[in-house]
Write a protein that binds this ligand. Structure first.
Ligand code: TNX
Length: 503
């Protein structure tokens, strides 16, 4: 059979014969925590089909009962947690090791329906699903995307839409880069000027904006319903001009700098030797930790070029200790591996190149030595803010020039740093910095289709990576992307179908 249009590529697929036909009388059966996923499935099928599918507590269906989709949590006997999806003409059986993997199986099921299933208006159908068996599980447990909401602010509605896109691709972590020189985007009760003043700017002088605590919790809850963890980043000690502008006392000389709306990096630093800096950090880390149910807190630590080496090491030791008090596992950009005083198990996020430069490999070794693992985000392969091609108006090109879809697909997380293999790697993350991006269509255009390559690298086994198959599935996905109203770049590597007149 032709490869089913499932993204990321499943571990194992076997075609069988016939079709399951989804109709208004199809029943979804589930119990316990699988019920949440069942309701999500029913809700996600409703706009395009118009079916208000019944979700029933599991149990033996009576003789003559209508065809059912059953969702079960139980042992799948897979080599690691995942899902099994069996589709026959008579029924669909989806079984997973836990609710989060059941949710990923539901994404595969949705992707096997006709592309029109993604539309938010009623479509004609019929809703046939080809019979097959899929056994599938992720290569990495941390499959992330990052949004920089500091350079330009993105609304709660925008973030929700991005979360929906992520869910479709089985991505399960959204890292929010909440603070930078150009804006502080999360309200902190004990330091209100961070947002009252520090959130009123953006790159290019735009209006800025920030999340109230209620907004942030709304994002966390929306993500949790999609089995996505939010990782908040408070980037210190550099990338702090917005905080420094809001509170003079955080500056070494006690004088607040002007707000910053340019795109340079590496010029700001919190006062490293003043007690108020650590009071500030303690308050911020406490409030952010209280607001965040997920296990992680990201401390940034990148590009602190205005901080001396001695000061940087002293700062990271103290800041990490303060943050760790609130029970989170810390994450830092790979520069933080300069410190050998990290709390045990602090994870590093690698953003050097597919071939490491500037001692990035040594920084990685330092995180591993201190009991942590790595999140791989090589800038020349997975930075979604890089231009696709020279001459693009959106995006940057510092990471060795533009990043094509081919570049985004042709790398392996376990061959970047010698000796750092799958067992040392927590996962993969696709960051999207927003110096040049200030609206959702532009954001999606930069992400799609490269984020699909990132998702496949994070999920699919190395043996399943197949460029020819990937670009074919992408071409097959065009009507699906269109139906979902995802803005994407029709990159030259893919033989996209002709755009029809009415779309
Ligand atoms: C580097 S990578 C940065 C960001 C910029 C980005 C632009 C990293 C940890 N820091 O401050 O926004 O490049 O691509």
């Amino acid at each position: 059979m032709t490869t089913p249009p499932v993204m990321p590529a499943p571990v194992h697929t076997r075609a069988t014969t016939g079709h399951f036909s989804l109709t208004a009388s199809t029943i979804i059966r589930a119990e316990g925590t699988a019920l949440n996923v069942a309701h999500y499935l029913a809700d996600s099928l409703r706009p395009a089909t118009g079916f208000a599918l019944t979700v029933n507590e599991a149990g033996t269906p009576p003789v003559g009962a209508p065809p059912a989709i059953s969702l079960t949590i139980g042992d799948t006997a897979l080599p690691r947690p995942g899902y099994r999806l069996t589709i026959t003409a008579a029924h669909i059986d989806l079984r997973a090791d836990d609710a989060a993997h059941l949710f990923t199986g539901v994404q595969s099921l949705r992707q096997l329906l006709p592309p029109a299933i993604e539309a938010c208006t009623l479509q004609p159908g019929p809703w046939l699903i080809p019979a097959m068996e899929i056994r599938d599980y992720p290569r990495f447990s941390y499959r992330g995307a990052m949004l920089d909401v500091a350079r330009h602010f993105f609304s709660v509605a925008d973030i929700k839409r991005y979360l929906d896109r992520m869910a479709l691709l089985k991505l399960n972590v959204l890292h929010l880069h909440l603070t930078d020189d150009q804006g502080w985007r999360l309200h902190i009760d004990s330091w209100p000027n961070l947002t009252a003043f520090g959130a009123t700017t953006a790159v290019g002088g735009g209006a800025g904006g920030f999340y109230s605590k209620a907004d942030y919790s709304e994002i966390v809850d929306y993500a949790a319903n999609r089995y996505i963890t939010i990782v908040p980043e408070i980037d210190v000690p550099g990338h702090t001009n917005a905080a420094l502008a809001a509170y003079p006392e955080l500056n070494t000389d006690g004088t607040a700098p002007a707000p910053y709306t340019g795109i340079e990096v590496g010029f700001s630093s919190l006062g490293i030797n003043s007690p108020v800096t650590y009071q500030f950090l303690d308050d911020v880390f406490r409030e952010v930790s209280e607001l965040t149910p997920g296990p992680y807190l990201h401390l940034g630590g990148d590009e602190s070029l205005a901080t001396s080496e001695t000061d940087y090491l002293e700062f990271i030791r103290r800041a990490a200790q303060l943050a760790a008090q609130y029970g989170k596992t810390l994450i830092g950009w790979h520069e933080m591996g300069r410190s050998h005083d990290l709390p045990e198990g602090t994870h590093g996020q690698y953003w050097s190149y597919v071939t490491p430069r500037e001692d990035a490999d040594k920084r990685v070794a330092s995180f591993i030595d201190q009991g942590g693992r790595m999140i791989m985000s090589p800038a020349d392969a997975i930075y979604l803010d890089m231009k696709y091609t020279t001459g693009d108006t959106l995006g940057l090109e510092w990471a060795d020039g533009p990043t094509t879809l081919h570049d985004a697909y042709h790398w392996d997380p376990a061959t970047i740093v010698p000796g750092i293999g799958d067992e040392h790697i927590l996962g993969v993350e696709a960051p999207l910095w927003t110096e040049t991006i200030d609206n959702l269509p532009d954001l999606e255009y930069m992400a799609f289709p490269r984020i699909i390559a990132a998702a496949e690298i994070a999920w699919s086994p190395r043996e399943a990576h197949d460029w020819a198959g990937f670009i074919q599935r992408l071409a097959d996905w065009a009507p699906r992307l269109d139906a979902a109203e995802i803005t994407y770049n029709r990159v030259p590597e893919v033989s996209w179908p002709e755009v029809s007149e009415e779309s």
